[in-house]
Every structure is written in structure tokens, then in C-alpha cells.
Design a protein around this ligand. Structure first.
Ligand SMILES: Cc1ncc(COP(=O)(O)O)c(C=O)c1O
Length: 468
């Protein structure tokens, strides 16, 4: 047995021979191979060669309490021994799911009445689509089905959620979007506003365009609007001033539901339990995943407002059982993991930390990049921030996507021992470190980012791709 193992090819070769990687250029991967992470603690990852990286991306925006929490592992192991699985189909239940649902409803903004559990952000957003359709069917409005998402948004990659996502990479080749999904403008002030336009004027313009879209489609066919309170994977786009006020006014006028996708902004990322609180949004449906368990285990949830819940209950008297659900949803081990994670966020004051250290992060980024000729925009909220690279800073002109400047910056960061997130169609380095970061950690992150940006600037100049 020992001899056999010794004769195996290295892990990288075995990966290439066995795994299809998400959001990866498959042919390139076969050339370059994987980056193999072997261990993690707090905010640091170690790869299989022993090199260490500061993870300023919290994995995929999800490891809110940081890596290596023994108390989460203990809670999960204890639950696995006591009740390793119980489902929730057909009125079955268990205490961990009940306690977690109660906790989520306590923390949630607005008038949330029930929790539906899932396993990923994508399946939760698929559930939201189905809930919206069912709600309108039960109300006798079978035509009111269209859901409006925003270009640049990320809501997942499954058939429904991938359709809501506003990126060609997720649609092209997969025959998405499905019917009844529309897209409206991205509230990207840096890239899309007229330079003379105030943020408020830009927000009003976007709301007017949404209004026009709903009227053109016929409000009787438009059911819901979905938005991340701060767009994440689209490049960290906080709403411009007055945006959600103006948008919710339009939705109210046309009786259109608001789905808040809080998969990234939930659980403290921007200094509140939920991003909706920061903008006075009162959603009808909320999607949660990632930070709910800090990704120690997969879990997601849809929170359902009272008025929708009442329609579902009333309708259930006339129809078959609620015909939707997943085997492992509300899993007891994931539920205790989420409860322990929430306890840690509360006990360690991580919401407050996200606000104060997040403020410090933006200050440091302004200090080092405010006058940098390659950096056109610095933005963020709480522990969600981004720098965006401009080919011509004065004119806010972007680099062409074919230059892959964003992924080159990401690569320079890896070389400097720093992990950031790029964006699908922007030259961006997004920073969303675990909520436990200190100001000293931020100093170390920013120092490495400066080295990476300078390295990229030098190579772009040397290749004649940038004249700054
Ligand atoms: C806002 C948002 N919604 C939904 C999802 C999809 O979550 P998952 O990858 O768990 O399916 C993501 C993932 O990045 C996300 O950022």
C-alpha cells in the first residue's frame, strides 16, 4: 500500500486528471495546474509547498470568522455523534434547525416570518424564483412572473440563479437566461455615470430606467426585483447615494417584490447583520448562504416575509404539499455550525470590527493609491473594498477586457503572498478579509497589494500597454 502511494503522480497531476474546476479556463488549467491549499489558520492559508498567503478574500467572501475555529469543529463533531442527519420533509424536524431558524428570524430586518433552508446560494435563489412564481399563482396572477436582476450582479450559477446573474460568462453557451428573467442597469457610478452627474442624479436615472422597463414589459407581468445590497462579485459596487430609496419607490408603485440577496452582505460583512439594514431596505425575501456558517459547512436559507407566508399557507389549503425541497437542507450538523458561527460573530463584536477596521482599510487604500496613476477608483463599505484600475485615470477609461489586467493583478498578488478577488468583467482587486482582521493585518495586506500593483504597473509599461 505504502509503495503504491509513493508511485503516484504529484497532487497537481492528479488534480488535472480528475477535477473539472468551476470558473476556470479548462485548457489553461491543464497547462498551469492547480494552486493547492494545504492548511489555513485565522486569515492565513498555506499551500502545499509551505508558502503562506494572507487571504484578503475570505475564500469566496465566506469565511467571516476566519479559519481554524476549534469550537466550530467541536460543535459539528458533537452533533455528528448525537444526530448525524435528519430531514425536514413531510413535517419532520429537529432541534438544531428549529433553533437556527428562530435565531435568523430574530436577527433579520423587516417582517420576516419563516425560514426555508438550502445548501448553496444558488439553490436558495432558485427557491426565491419559485416562491415568487408560486405566490403570484396563488394570488390568481399567473401573468405576474418576470424577475428583474441587474447587469453585473452575481446570484449563482444554477439554471435560475445563473439566469439572474448578469454576466455573459454565466449565460453564454449554457442557453441562459431562462424565460421571464430580465436585466436592468448596474449602479456602477465610477464606470457608468456621466462625469458631470451627481450620485443622486445617477440613482434617479437608474430608477427612471427601471420604471420605464417595468412599464414597457407591463407591470402586470413583473413580479420581483433582486439585488445585492452591495454588489460583490461584480466588483464591489456600493449603491450610489439615494439608489435604494429611488428603486424601492418604483417597485412600490408597480407592486413588485424586493428580493435582497445577502449571500455576501449577510452576517456582518458591511458592519450590520444584514446589508439591507444599512440602506433601510425592507425586503420581501432574503437570500443567505456563505457567512451563515462561515463556509465551515455548506448551508443557505431563504427568509420569507409575513405577507408572502400568509399567501402560501392560505394557498396550501387548496393544493398538494409544497412541492419543493432538498434532502440535506437544514442539515443538523450545518445548523449547529451556523449557530456557533453566529455566536462567535456576536461574542467577538465582529460587526463593530467590520465597521472600524473596514474604515481603516479604506483610509489606508486612499493613502497609498489615492494618487496612483493606475488606480481610478477606491470604494467599499465595512470589510468589502475594491480598487479599480483605469487605463486613463483622468478620463475614467477602462482597460480592454482582452488585456486581462484584473487577472494579471490577481496573479501579482499571489506572487506577493496575498489573495484578492477579481471581477468577471472589470480590472478590479476586491478585498473582503475575514471579519477578525486587525489594523496590523490591514497594514500587511495593503503593503503586499502596493507591491503587486507596482509590479503590474511596471510590466504594463514595459509591454507598452499603459503609458501612465
Ligand atoms: C450575492 C451572491 N448570491 C449568490 C451566490 C451563489 O452562491 P453559491 O456559490 O453558494 O451557489 C453568490 C456566490 O458568490 C453570491 O455572491
Amino acid at each position: 500500500m505504502k509503495g503504491l502511494r509513493e508511485n503516484r503522480p504529484p497532487l497537481a497531476e492528479r488534480d488535472k486528471a480528475a477535477i473539472l474546476h468551476p470558473f476556470t479556463v479548462l485548457a489553461d488549467h491543464l497547462e498551469t495546474g492547480p494552486r493547492i491549499i494545504a492548511a489555513a489558520d485565522r486569515i492565513t492559508l498555506t499551500d502545499d509547498s509551505g508558502k503562506r498567503y494572507l487571504d484578503a478574500a475570505s475564500g469566496l467572501w465566506c469565511v467571516n470568522v476566519g479559519y481554524g475555529r476549534g469550537e466550530i469543529a467541536d460543535a459539528a463533531a458533537e452533533q455528528m455523534r448525537a444526530l448525524s442527519f435528519a430531514h425536514s420533509f413531510g413535517s419532520c424536524s429537529h432541534e438544531p434547525a428549529i433553533r437556527l431558524a428562530e435565531r435568523l428570524l430574530e436577527l433579520a430586518p423587516g417582517n420576516m416570518a419563516r425560514v426555508f433552508f438550502g445548501n448553496s446560494g444558488s439553490d436558495a435563489n432558485d427557491t426565491q424564483i419559485k416562491l415568487v412564481w408560486l405566490y403570484n399563482n396563488l394570488l390568481g396572477r399567473p401573468k405576474k412572473k418576470k424577475i428583474i436582476a441587474r447587469r453585473g450582479a452575481y446570484h449563482g450559477a444554477s439554471l435560475g440563479a445563473g439566469s439572474l446573474t448578469g454576466h455573459a460568462t454565466v449565460h453564454d453557451g449554457f442557453d441562459l437566461p431562462i424565460a421571464n428573467i430580465l436585466h436592468t442597469d448596474c449602479p456602477d457610478y465610477h464606470r457608468r455615470a456621466d462625469p458631470a452627474q451627481s450620485e443622486r442624479a445617477f440613482s434617479d436615472m437608474l430608477a427612471a430606467k427601471l420604471d420605464a422597463l417595468i412599464e414597457a414589459e407591463d407591470a402586470a407581468t413583473v413580479a420581483a426585483f433582486i439585488a445585492e445590497p452591495v454588489m460583490g462579485a461584480g466588483g464591489v459596487i456600493p449603491p450610489p447615494e439615494g439608489y435604494f430609496e429611488a428603486i424601492t419607490r418604483v417597485l412600490g408603485k408597480h407592486d413588485v417584490l424586493f428580493i435582497a440577496d445577502e449571500v455576501i452582505t449577510g452576517f456582518g460583512r458591511i458592519g450590520h447583520w444584514f446589508g439591507s439594514e444599512a440602506f433601510g431596505i425592507e425586503p420581501d425575501l432574503i437570500t443567505l448562504a456563505k457567512g451563515m456558517t462561515s463556509a465551515y459547512l455548506p448551508m443557505s436559507a431563504c427568509l420569507i416575509a409575513q405577507e408572502i407566508w400568509e399567501v402560501l399557507v392560505e394557498g396550501s389549503k387548496r393544493m398538494a404539499p409544497f412541492g419543493h425541497g432538498f434532502t440535506t437542507a437544514g442539515h443538523p450538523v450545518a445548523a449547529v455550525t451556523a449557530l456557533k458561527n453566529i455566536e462567535i460573530i456576536e461574542r467577538e463584536g465582529l460587526l463593530e470590527n467590520a465597521r472600524t477596521v473596514g474604515g481603516y482599510l479604506r483610509e489606508r487604500l486612499e493613502d497609498v493609491f489615492g494618487d496612483h496613476p493606475l488606480i481610478g477608483d477606491i470604494r467599499g463599505l465595512g470589510l468589502m473594498a475594491a480598487i479599480e484600475l483605469d487605463a486613463d485615470k483622468g478620463r475614467r477609461r477602462p482597460f480592454g477586457p482582452e488585456l486581462k489586467v484584473g487577472s494579471r493583478l490577481g496573479q501579482c498578488c499571489w506572487e506577493e503572498g496575498l489573495i484578492v478577488r477579481g471581477a468577471l468583467d472589470k480590472s478590479v482587486a476586491a478585498l473582503a478579509p475575514p471579519l477578525v482582521v486587525s489594523e496590523r493585518d490591514v497594514d500587511a495586506i495593503v503593503e503586499r497589494l502596493v507591491r503587486a500593483v507596482d509590479k503590474l504597473a511596471q510590466s504594463l509599461r514595459a509591454e507598452g500597454l499603459w503609458a501612465g
